[in-house]
Design a protein around this ligand. Structure first.
Ligand code: GLN
Ligand code: ZN
Length: 764
């Protein structure tokens, strides 16, 4: 008998119940007991759903009130001193203080833990903090409690824990610099204790997630894995460990993994289908293999027949009872229930599967293997029909797009001249002072703007009224910028709900869900677009508003676009063609927009690529290839313009050291980056590399609710001048201003302009 499993189910509730309950609790409208009751209700509903589908291994402890890494820190008592925990159970107050900081406390406010991306997903976890003297202790029995909670409902679950090695690797050291893995011997007893208690409570399996297995690991880390799992094998007694890897193949960690004393290993066969053969030939016979064949990272329906075809010989070779069929990873990263999407195109809908549907797929696969195909004829046939329909649908395939792709030439991705020459003609065209000032694009999205957009979307405001409202806002923003004295203006992006959605809605090939929420962090959920078909641009997207803004002023207005890599990265994308091909299609569509902007008299165009770095593959060996096509796509979008037109790009992070050559290869005339928080340190990368083009190191940290003084910004610019040629330097904030208020923005920008003038005066 083949078993079926799930590695994790989305916890937010299909109607975003967890967000609503948590935010009500924060506001004081819900008691802790009410919040906990809602959480219990969500867990129970998820478990029941999986049980109804006959899933053999149903996860528990996959639920979290905020984040599973934070839960792990709380479990092992890694709670930084500032949160004032003195042992004993960790209160919800402490938990949420770590998650989001505190506001308005008499004793002074506490900062939140740092947040960062969970591997190559758009989920953000709270970074554990370790000191060299760090000690660990069992501070929360959540995994046991939730196991017992399910048991009380008559369900035997497989608790999920983040494995000790990945947990340590995800953390950061505070104080001295040291290797967090040196803390492993202190951490393991706590994990051992949890496993003992789970066994005592009646668990037979536990799922230990070690996503680090998909990364390049040093020998030290591989040794740490051996140490950890040998220890846990001792501690767990009869409790069996399913060690899960996901988001990629085991690669050179395969040998280490197969040597670990665990009862089962889970493989991501969606991201790394090829590893199956290697595993089959070297896995010890007693090892249970969990085959992650249903894509947990994307929204497409599985091709069940082809999966069965692949699994059949495995069943043959290893016998059924040491095989588990599962999604490739936790379903945390996909929306919950496709059935809620009543407005989606029926064809597209028939090609999709969200979490609920993926659980059903796993169950159908299990039944087909155990009871024979005849037991599940209808779902198998329906899957086959969907796969076939999708393959041939005219909704996906656009011959014109195909032709354009084939006609791409190398030259299309090259500017006519190099930057040194472009600089001269751009200077004649734009006549900007030294240290030119600009902003990153968006201006405050005020209450009024949000209300107008909601009214328009709900049909309560006519399109004409909405357009004239937007134009008034834009005009006001142009006037403010002139008053402040900025050199290169922007229109303010008031018409944009979101930098991806706004473009996706106007491009062919993108679809949007109503309820397809995915947790980004805590109570922040996003609804990524579904990029299902060939991409083209039926009509100009930003030209009218940009040209309107330009018509109001003599100063150059910068056109504002979201770049191809970012549009790709922040969407669910096609799995029927390589990502780079999809990205090229987007690049061509944007290229049309860039050409039209130039035609409309726009002399400066910014193509934002905040997701450029996060597209990097998990394994170094795959970086080059990604960077090559990502850079090429950016250039394809940008290089349609003449030398006179100035291309900007923007990236809002600060790690450039290891991708500097690619950043330079993008060949934007100007790049703006985040530097204010790191006090210009990151400029080192640009200095060491001798970045050839122009650069705007953000001098105003827009994330902090404070107004920077001109002095501070002058100082930062002086630092920048030490490292770069003064003629390379632009003056700008470090990101868009949409989350701020005008009361904050106006004086801050005025100070920024004063700082630039100060520098010009000193240089003169
Ligand atoms: N142009 C966008 C803005 O100003 C850029 C946002 C971003 O970098 N994430 O909002
Ligand atoms: Zn930014």
């Amino acid at each position: 008998m083949v078993y079926t499993a799930n590695l994790g189910f989305p916890r937010i509730g299909s109607g975003r119940e967890l967000k609503k309950a948590t935010e009500s609790f924060w506001k004081g409208d819900l008691t802790e007991e009410q919040l906990r009751a809602e959480a219990r209700r969500l867990r129970a509903a998820n478990w029941q759903l999986q049980r109804q589908n006959g899933v053999d291994f149903i996860p528990s402890n996959d639920f979290s009130l905020y984040d599973q890494v934070l839960d792990t820190s709380v479990m092992v008592g890694a709670i930084p001193e500032i949160y004032g925990w003195n042992g004993g159970p960790v209160s919800l107050e402490t938990y949420f203080a770590m998650a989001r900081g505190t506001r308005g406390r008499a004793e002074g406010d506490l900062p939140a833990l740092e947040m960062t991306k969970w591997f190559d997903t758009n989920y953000h976890y709270l970074v554990p903090e370790f000191t060299q003297e760090q000690s660990f202790t069992l501070a929360s029995t959540k995994p046991v409690d939730e196991f017992l909670e399910a048991q009380a409902l008559g369900l035997q679950t497989r608790p999920v824990l983040l494995g000790p090695v990945s947990y340590l690797l995800l953390g950061k050291c505070v104080g001295e610099d040291f290797d967090p893995l040196t803390l492993l011997p202190r951490l393991l007893p706590v994990y051992g204790e949890v496993l003992r208690r789970l066994a005592e409570a009646g668990a037979d399996w536990v799922q230990l997630d070690e996503p680090c297995l998909a990364l390049d690991l040093t020998e030290t880390t591989q040794a740490a894995l051996k140490q950890a799992y040998s220890y846990l094998a001792e501690a767990s007694g009869s409790l069996k460990v399913m060690l899960t890897s996901y988001f990629g193949g085991l690669g050179d960690n395969l040998e280490t993994t197969l040597q670990l004393p665990v009862s089962g290993v889970h493989l991501d066969l969606v991201r790394a289908p090829d590893q199956l053969d290697r595993v089959l030939s070297s896995a010890p016979g007693h090892l249970t293999l969990s085959l992650g064949v249903v894509d947990g990272r994307n929204v497409w329906r599985s091709d069940l027949e082809s999966i069965l075809e692949r699994i059949a010989p495995v069943v043959e070779a290893r016998g059924a009872d040491r095989l588990v069929i599962a999604p490739s990873c936790s379903l945390l990263h996909v929306p919950i229930d496709l059935e809620l999407e009543t407005e989606l195109d029926p064809d597209l809908k028939s090609w999709l599967a969200f979490a609920v549907q993926k659980v059903e797929e796993v169950s159908v696969l299990g039944r087909a293997l155990n009871e024979g195909r005849a037991a599940v004829t209808a779902p198998l046939e329906s899957s086959e029909r969907a796969v076939e329909a999708r393959r041939t649908s005219p909704k996906i395939h656009d011959a014109a797009v195909e032709t354009r792709l084939q006609c791409i030439t190398r030259d299309m991705a090259r500017r006519t001249s190099d930057h040194a020459e472009r600089r001269v003609v751009q200077q004649q065209n734009l006549k900007l002072p030294d240290f030119p000032t600009t902003t990153i694009g968006s201006f405050p999205q005020t209450e009024e703007i949000r209300k107008a957009r909601a009214a328009f979307t709900k049909g309560r405001m006519s399109s004409a009224d909405y357009q004239s409202f937007l134009k008034r806002e834009t005009e006001a923003a142009v006037r403010r910028q002139e008053e402040i004295g900025l050199d290169v203006l922007v229109h303010g992006e008031f018409e944009r709900n979101d930098m991806v959605q706004y473009f996706g809605e106007q491009l062919s090939g993108f679809a949007f869900t109503r309820h397809g929420w995915v947790q980004s962090f805590g109570t922040r959920y996003v609804r990524p677009p579904i990029l299902y078909g060939d991409v083209s641009r039926p009509a100009p997207m930003t030209v009218e508003m940009t040209a309107y803004a330009q018509s109001l002023t003599e100063r150059p207005v910068k056109g504002m676009l979201t770049g191809p890599v970012t549009l790709l990265q922040w969407s669910f994308v096609r799995d029927d063609q390589p990502r780079e091909r999809t990205c090229r299609q987007i690049a061509l569509a944007l290229r049309d927009e860039v050409a039209d902007l130039e035609q409309a008299g726009i002399r400066v165009i910014q193509i934002d690529e905040p997701a450029f770095r996060e597209g990097l593959p998990l394994r170094r060996a795959h970086w080059r290839r990604y960077l090559d096509w990502a850079v090429e796509c950016f250039r394809l979008a940008a290089s349609v313009v003449s030398d006179e037109t100035q291309i900007h790009t923007h990236m809002c992070y600060s790690e450039f050291n290891d991708i500097m050559d690619a950043i330079a290869a993008m060949d934007a005339d100007v790049i703006s980056i985040e530097t204010a928080r790191s006090k210009m340190e990151l400029l080192e990368a640009f200095t060491t590399f001798r970045y050839p083009n122009e650069i705007g190191p953000g001098v105003y940290d827009i994330h902090a609710p404070r107004c920077p003084e001109a002095r501070e910004m002058t100082e930062l610019l002086r630092e920048a001048s030490k490292r770069l040629d003064a003629r390379q330097i632009w003056v700008n904030p470090d990101c868009g201003l949409k989350t701020r208020s005008w009361e904050e923005v106006s004086p801050a920008l005025a100070n920024m302009v004063a700082a630039a003038r100060d520098l010009r005066a000193q240089a003169a």
